[in-house]
Design a protein around this ligand. Structure first.
Ligand code: SF4
Ligand code: SF4
Length: 134
């Protein structure tokens, strides 16, 4: 199974080989979609994690024990359904297809499981329906 998380590191663990251990000890495939590393400050990675469901859960427990907060992408990137007008502007810029036009209804749908948290949709959205919060 595949899941995307935002991993928050702090000044005590940002320089530890935690992602390496996640790969090695839990047999997970990880794909770094976005990274902001600020020495001695809070840093974060947007990580796509692929592997066995049980091992992913064990890996998440390991992250927690290591002081790394792992937040589901669904909590970090949201769309305000009340103000989205399905104008389609975001679908042209979304690099992963997480925002896409459903046919034949022509409604714009959001699939957070495909989102890389790049943030490109935020500024192109006329009513500011997209929120990316880390
Ligand atoms: S942040 Fe927006 S543009 Fe970027 S992948 Fe997610 S939905 Fe697409
Ligand atoms: S740009 Fe904003 S209003 Fe337009 S479809 Fe995308 S999320 Fe909805």
């Amino acid at each position: 199974m595949k899941r995307i998380y935002v991993l928050h590191f702090n000044q005590n663990n940002y320089d530890k080989p935690i992602v390496y251990q996640l790969i090695k000890n839990y047999d997970l495939v990880v794909n770094i979609l976005r990274a902001v590393i600020l020495p001695r400050k809070e840093s974060y990675l947007v990580l796509e994690i692929i592997g066995d469901e049980v091992l992913i859960e064990q890996g998440l427990t390991f992250l927690k024990e290591s002081g790394v907060e792992a937040e589901s992408i669904r909590k970090s990137v949201k769309r305000n359904e009340d103000i989205c007008t399905s104008c389609g502007a975001c679908t042209a810029i979304c690099p992963t297809g997480a925002l896409y036009i459903e046919r034949p209804s022509m409604k714009v749908l959001f699939a957070p499981e495909n989102c890389s948290a790049c943030g490109l949709c935020v500024n192109v959205c006329p009513p500011r329906a997209m929120e990316v919060n880390f």
